[in-house]
Design a binder for this molecule. Structure first.
Ligand SMILES: *[C@@H]1O[C@H](CO)[C@@H](O)[C@H](O)[C@H]1NC(C)=O
Ligand SMILES: *[C@@H]1O[C@H](CO)[C@@H](O)[C@H](O)[C@H]1NC(C)=O
Length: 493
C-alpha cells in the first residue's frame, strides 16, 4: 500500500476544511456532467455527439462559475474524476466517468491535476464547495464479463479482487451486491468490497483524494450494490459528507440505509414528484401519502432532493409544459434536504432516456434570462434567506416539510416559515381560490403575507384566525410573512 505524503497532512487539513453534515444541509448543489458543461475555449457552437467525448473541461467550469453562482448555487457536483477505459464501445466512450480503469490517475479528457486543483480553489475563493462523484462498486471494461483482461485495471489487477461474473437479478439483494452491472458489451467488474484489503485500499484512496484536491463532499455511485457495512469506514476515512445513490423508490428501506449512510438521494420523492407533476390527470394522493410515509421512516433533511439527473429521462421529456416544470422545480428546491439541480434543467432541456438526457449545456448559450434560470435564482434566494431568518440557521433545514393542504390537483407544503403551493394542472388551468388555515400554515391573525413567487409580490392579509385565501392552479406560489422578509432582497425588501 502506498502512503503518500498528503495522507499525513490530512488530519490537519480536514479540521479547517471539511464541511459538516449540518453545513451541507444549508447548501444548494448544481450537478455538472463535466464533459458536457463547458469547453476550455468557451465555444458554444460545437456539436456534441451524444456518445462521444464532447470537450467539456475543469477549465470550462472555472470560466462559467458566474453562471452557476448567479443562480444561487453554493456547490457543484462533478462527474467521476478518475481515469476511465479509453476508446469507443458499443455504448460510446466513457465521457460520463463511471467506467474506471485506474483510480490513481485522473481522466485527462477533463484536464490536468492542476486544473482540478484550480477548480477547487476557484470555488473556495467564492465561498462555494466541491462535490466529487466516486465509484467503489465496480471498474469498467470494454468487453464481456467472461473475457476481462484484469491486467488493465489499477490497482485491482487480477480476478481475485472481483466476484465471479454473473448477471444481476435486481429482485435479489445478494445478487445486486455480488453480480455485475453492465452487460456483455461493456462489463463492470464487481469488486469484492467485503474484503478488508479492498476496503483499506479504498479508504486510503479517498483520504488522499480529498486531501489532494480539497474536496468538500461526495456523491457516491451504486451504493445499493455494495454491502452496507462497507460505508461507515469509507465515510470516516473520507472525512466529508456523502450523498449516496440507492436507486430505489421504496421508502421503507431508507431508514435502515441511513444507519450506514445519512446522506442519500431521495429517490422515493423523485418518483412521486415526477409522476404527479408531469401528469395533469394524476391526483395529489400518492405524493401526500408518500411524503408522510417517508418522513416517519427517514431523516429527509439529510437527503439530496432532485427531479432530474444524468440517469433519468428529463421532466420536460415526459411533459414539456413550462408551468409544470416550474411547479416540479419549485417543489423540490423547497423540499427537505439538499436541493440538487442537474445542468440543463434551468434551460428546460428535454432529453429522454440515457444517453439523450446528457446534452451539452453550451448549446443554450448559457442564457441567464431563461425563464427557469430566473425561477431557480429566486428559489435559491428564498431558501438562502430562510437560513438567516430567525437568527437560527438550523430552524429551516431541520424543519421537516409537511403537507398542510391538498385537493385533487393542488398541494400546499409548509417548511418553517415558508409555505409553497403547487399544482399539476399546467398552463391552461382554470385558477381558483383555496383557504389555508392559520393553525396549519403558522401564519398569525391579521398578518401580512407576501407572494414572493407566483403573485407579483402581492401582499395578502390573513383573517382573524390566521386563515389566508390564495389564488392557485398554474404557477407555483410561495408565501412568506412580510415581517420575515426584511433584508432578503426579495420583492424589493
Ligand atoms: C434552532 O432551531 C433548531 C431546530 O428547530 C432547534 O433545535 C434549536 O434549539 C434552535 N436554536 C435556538 C438557539 O433557538
Ligand atoms: C384549524 O382551523 C380551522 C379553520 O380556522 C378550524 O376549522 C379547525 O377546527 C382548526 N383545527 C384545530 C385542530 O384547531
Amino acid at each position: 500500500m502506498k502512503l503518500s505524503p498528503t495522507s499525513l497532512l490530512w488530519g490537519a487539513a480536514s479540521l479547517t476544511q471539511a464541511l459538516s453534515a449540518a453545513d451541507w444541509q444549508k447548501q444548494s448543489i448544481y450537478q455538472i456532467l463535466t464533459d458536457r458543461f463547458a469547453r476550455t475555449d468557451g465555444s458554444t457552437s460545437e456539436q456534441c455527439a451524444i456518445t462521444s467525448y464532447c470537450g467539456g473541461t475543469y477549465r470550462g467550469v472555472i470560466n462559467h462559475l458566474d453562471y452557476i453562482q448567479g443562480m444561487g448555487f453554493t456547490a457543484i457536483w462533478i462527474s467521476p474524476i478518475v481515469k476511465n477505459l479509453e476508446g469507443d464501445t458499443p455504448y460510446g466512450t466513457a465521457y460520463h466517468g463511471y467506467w474506471a480503469q485506474d483510480i490513481y490517475s485522473l481522466n485527462d479528457h477533463f484536464g490536468s491535476e492542476q486544473d482540478l486543483k484550480d477548480l477547487s480553489a476557484a470555488l473556495h475563493s467564492r465561498g462555494m464547495y466541491l462535490m466529487v462523484d466516486v465509484v467503489t462498486n465496480h471498474m469498467g471494461y470494454n468487453g464481456c464479463g467472461n473475457c476481462v483482461n484484469y491486467g488493465q485495471l489499477k490497482p485491482f489487477d487480477n480476478s481475485g479482487y472481483y466476484h465471479p461474473f454473473c448477471e444481476i437479478n435486481y429482485n435479489d439483494d445478494n445478487s445486486v451486491r455480488t453480480c455485475w452491472e453492465g452487460d456483455n458489451k461493456v462489463s463492470l467488474p464487481d469488486l469484492r468490497t467485503e474484503d478488508s484489503g479492498i476496503r483499506n485500499t479504498f479508504n486510503e484512496w479517498i483520504r488522499d483524494l480529498v486531501s489532494k484536491y480539497s474536496i468538500d463532499g461526495m456523491r457516491i455511485d451504486s451504493v445499493k450494490h455494495v454491502e452496507k457495512d462497507f460505508w461507515p469506514g469509507f465515510l470516516q476515512a473520507a472525512g466529508i459528507y456523502g450523498i449516496g445513490e440507492v436507486l430505489d423508490g421504496n421508502p421503507a428501506i431508507y431508514g435502515d440505509w441511513q444507519n450506514y449512510m445519512k446522506g442519500l438521494m431521495n429517490y422515493p420523492l423523485f418518483y412521486w414528484v415526477q409522476q404527479t407533476f408531469s401528469n395533469p390527470s394524476a391526483t395529489m394522493d400518492s405524493l401526500v401519502n408518500g411524503i408522510n410515509t417517508l418522513k416517519g421512516q427517514a431523516d429527509t433533511t439529510a437527503m439530496g432532493v432532485f427531479i432530474e439527473n444524468h440517469d433519468q429521462k428529463r421532466f420536460p421529456n415526459i411533459n414539456n409544459d413550462m408551468t409544470l416544470a416550474k411547479n416540479a422545480i419549485a417543489f423540490t428546491l423547497l423540499s427537505d434536504g439538499i436541493p440538487i439541480l442537474y445542468q440543463g434543467q434551468e434551460q428546460h432541456y428535454a432529453g429522454g432516456d440515457t444517453p439523450n438526457q446528457r446534452e451539452a449545456l453550451w448549446s443554450s448559450g448559457y442564457n441567464t434570462n431563461a425563464e427557469l434560470y430566473q425561477l431557480v435564482k429566486t428559489l435559491n434566494q428564498i431558501r438562502s434567506h430562510t437560513l438567516s431568518a430567525r437568527n437560527n440557521d438550523s430552524y429551516y433545514v431541520k424543519y421537516q416539510a409537511m403537507p398542510i393542504y391538498s385537493d385533487t390537483h393542488v398541494i400546499a407544503m409548509r417548511k418553517g416559515d415558508v409555505v409553497g403551493v403547487f399544482s399539476n394542472m399546467g398552463s391552461n388551468a382554470n385558477t381558483y381560490t383555496i383557504n389555508l388555515w392559520g393553525n396549519k400554515s403558522g401564519f398569525g391573525a391579521n398578518q401580512q403575507i407576501v407572494q414572493v413567487l407566483g403573485g407579483n409580490c402581492n401582499v395578502l392579509q390573513t383573517d382573524d384566525l390566521g386563515g389566508l385565501n390564495v389564488n392557485v392552479g398554474r404557477d407555483p406560489v410561495v408565501l412568506y410573512p412580510v415581517s420575515a422578509l426584511q433584508g432578503s432582497g426579495l420583492c424589493g425588501r
